[in-house]
Design a protein around this ligand. Structure first.
Ligand code: SF4
Length: 445
């Protein structure tokens, strides 16, 4: 058993031995074979309190940290359960949003082994920007993002090809950060850019100034909210059919497109039909409930347009976090976003006299309303982190847990479609071009 002292938590999130770990244990038959021994051990622990789980994790993380030294970097997204956030910070890692996560390898060239607890597209974004001597690993490759799952390359590319055939160079693709590398590369190939929820208006405006017709992938709500924010004529913002129909690979025609092909011809922006199940549970009635009780309501722009219109403000994960951190003591905030994030924000707010509630957690049975966490993100649980660190130390980590640019994983079966070196090099070039355009647009005066 490793007994060396642990590094201090890096961001001041308090380790509270009285908070129960809320991770729901996954069924054993769900783990990759290599991870089952760790899951079995975890399930035999007497409870899920940090005071029990942290020493158990330390048994595996400590030797891995000793083995890799300063070359190992642990990273997690804000939406991970508070317990994983605390664990990663306890081991000297970084917790951030998807944009900041993507930059972790490039900003830390001395880190050679990067272990990510978040969804797959986020690890892939790190891999796109990584140097050749850096390896990126995900604790659970089946942790997908639902809006990205409905915008795989084999769904989007056939539709993009039909649009390019119809509009030629006038069409450009803007890929939200929540896309796989193949879609980011498609954006790069069409002269487009990547965007985040905070810089989407700037990126869309940049494309409009060039007179481009935009295919916005994958989140229809972020696309529509961005158009609204920019004052665009919403009758010229056309959503493609639900990608769950025909797995997205639709033939564009007067029958399949609402308003027919003429509506696409008139459109300024064409929206891929994907969405996030976590952010589309919100309603204007929930917003009104909290506002009537003196709360300021802030929501993420992956929510529906009518919710954004009813709320007091909307913005990215960082915007929401900053709003909590900067709120004056006594402030009351209702936040419409992912459940684990709101739980972490509530803990932070409480320490400063700021009350934070989840927009959908309404204590009135008439609403039938309850907030939820990102279930797929939570597929990265403590046994996955312990197992991957231990297997990496032993040189036995499964190949599927290594993340390369262009990887596509089937979130049900775990089947992996990985590109060869030369194809990957082309993909990385295009995807990096789209990411660089975003950075240039965002940082331009
Ligand atoms: S909260 Fe929604 S958009 Fe974010 S990672 Fe989870 S499924 Fe994807």
């Amino acid at each position: 058993m490793h007994t060396a002292p642990l590094p201090p938590a890096s961001s001041g999130i308090r380790l509270d031995p009285d908070i129960n770990i809320c991770q729901t244990d996954l069924p054993l038959d769900w783990y990759q074979a290599e991870f089952k021994p760790y899951a079995e051990e975890y399930m035999r622990l007497p409870d899920r309190k940090p005071g029990t789980v942290l020493p158990w994790l330390d048994k595996y993380a400590g030797p891995a940290l000793e083995h890799f030294g300063d070359s190992l970097l642990l990273v997690a997204h804000f939406y991970m359960g508070g317990e994983i956030v605390k664990l990663v910070e306890r081991y000297g890692g970084a917790v951030s949003d998807s944009y900041q996560l993507a930059l972790q390898a490039a900003r830390n060239p001395h880190k050679k082994v990067i272990v990510e607890s978040a969804v797959h597209f986020m690890a892939e974004s790190i891999a796109i920007l990584a140097n050749p001597d850096q390896s990126v690993w995900i604790t659970n490759p089946k942790a997908g993002c639902t809006m990205e799952m409905l915008a795989k390359d084999y769904m989007v590319e056939p539709v993009a090809e039909q649009l390019i055939e119809r509009y030629g160079d006038d069409l450009t693709v803007i890929a939200y950060m929540n896309t796989g590398g193949r879609i980011k590369a498609l954006a790069g190939r069409t002269g487009g850019a990547v965007c985040t929820s905070s810089n989407a208006p700037k990126v869309v405006e940049w494309a409009r100034r060039q007179g481009k017709k935009i295919l916005f992938v994958p989140d229809q709500h972020l696309g529509r909210n961005t158009a609204y924010k920019l004052g665009m004529d919403l009758s010229k913002v056309v959503a493609l059919p639900d990608p769950q129909v025909a797995r997205g690979a639709i033939k564009l025609s007067d029958k399949t497109i609402e308003g027919g092909l003429a509506s696409l011809d008139r459109a300024e922006m064409i929206l891929w039909g994907s969405y996030c199940g976590v952010h589309t549970v919100f309603s204007p009635a929930q917003v009104n409930y909290w506002r009537e009780r003196g709360y300021t309501v802030l929501v993420h722009p992956e929510s529906k347009l009518e919710v954004v219109q009813a709320a007091d403000g909307s913005g990215s994960t960082n915007f929401l976090w900053e709003a909590v951190m900067k709120a004056a003591p006594g402030a009351k905030l209702a936040i419409g976003t992912e459940g684990h994030f709101v739980k972490n924000a509530r803990e932070q707010g409480r320490q400063r006299g700021v009350e934070v509630v989840h927009l959908a957690d309404i204590p009135d049975p008439a609403f039938h309303s309850m907030g939820c966490g990102c279930a797929t993100m939570s597929r990265n649980d403590p046994p996955h982190l312990a197992g991957l660190l231990d297997l990496l130390r032993q040189g036995k980590a499964p190949a599927i847990n290594r993340v390369y640019a262009g990887d596509v994983v089937d979130e049900q079966s775990g089947a992996l479609d990985r590109k060869g070196d030369s194809e990957r090099a082309v993909l990385v070039r295009h995807a990096r071009a789209a990411l660089q355009r975003m950075i240039d647009i965002t940082e331009a005066k």
